[in-house]
Design a protein around this ligand. Structure first.
Ligand code: OAD
Length: 235
């Protein structure tokens, strides 16, 4: 921990990658591990275009349950720490795989959301995106003003990430001198490449995760702790 505090004090260009684990202590379930969402649901039944075309009502009901769960919780000390670092440090990039919007609610302003955002919808027909905080709809699936079917703005399995967001994330990983990886299983690519990109470009990479991951051994420092514990130790 002392080493990480020193790195944070000394290094000038900071990038951070977060995953579901940073929101776990807020009460948002992770995908993998004990209590993980993908233990009870097969991702191919929910989180892919084939599933949506087959049964859009089922997919929407699943996302509405997620939205209700997220609406009922609050950002935690780890989200707030990252929001504070953004304002205090000139060169800071936040990259997240999370779709829950909790970084924004904690006050982070510039967020590279690699996997989309559950509070945004997108029309299959006209591609129109809209901020949408509805927790119930008069009909499912919801319809766009153009008449097209609306889907959650989330990157599903088999879909490409937004190339601009991916490129900006890659550039931040290559250009930083300190990269923090908080609460991700480091299993889903291309996000999981980013810590290695940073490492290969010469940055120190600090992993914060109570469990070991495929990246742990390569990390400059691997802290076996929860995100909130880390944030509290950083105060
Ligand atoms: P996972 O559910 O795969 O991993 C969560 C990680 O958080 C695990 O390594 C846990 O050990 C760790 N963790 C649990 N509690 C924690 C805590 N309190 N503090 C810190 N870490 C904790 O979630 P992701 O890595 O985010 O994609 O998953 C990547 C992608 O897979 C997600 O974005 C999602 C999923 O399919 C989409 O929905 C597109």
């Amino acid at each position: 921990m002392e080493r990480v505090k020193r790195l944070l004090a000394e290094r000038k260009r900071i990038a951070v990658l977060t995953g579901a684990g940073i929101s776990a202590e807020s009460g948002v379930p992770t995908f993998r591990g004990a209590g993980g969402l993908w233990r009870n649901y097969r991702p191919e039944e929910i989180a892919c275009m084939e599933a949506f075309l087959r049964d859009p009502v089922l997919v929407w009901e699943w996302y509405l349950e997620r939205k209700k769960g997220i609406a009922a919780v609050a950002p935690n000390a780890a989200h707030h720490l990252l929001a504070r670092l953004e304002t205090e440090r000139g060169d800071f990039t936040l990259i997240t795989q999370n779709v829950d919007g909790l970084h924004g609610r904690a006050g982070s302003r510039s967020i590279l959301e690699l996997h989309g955002n559950i509070w945004i919808t997108r029309c299959l027909a006209c591609e129109r995106q809209a901020r949408d905080e509805s927790l119930v709809y008069p009909e499912l699936p919801p319809k766009c003003p153009c008449g097209g079917t609306v889907r959650p703005h989330i990157v599903w399995f088999g879909e490409m990430l937004d190339p601009d967001i991916l490129q900006a994330s890659w550039a931040a990983a290559e250009g930083c001198d300190l990269f923090l990886v908080i609460g991700t299983s480091a299993l889903v690519y291309p996000a999981a490449s980013l810590p290695r990109v940073a490492l290969e470009a010469g940055a120190s990479v600090v992993e914060i995760n109570p469990e070991p991951t495929p990246f742990s051994e390569a990390a400059t420092v691997s802290l076996r702790m929860k995100a909130v514990e880390f944030a509290e130790a950083m105060q």
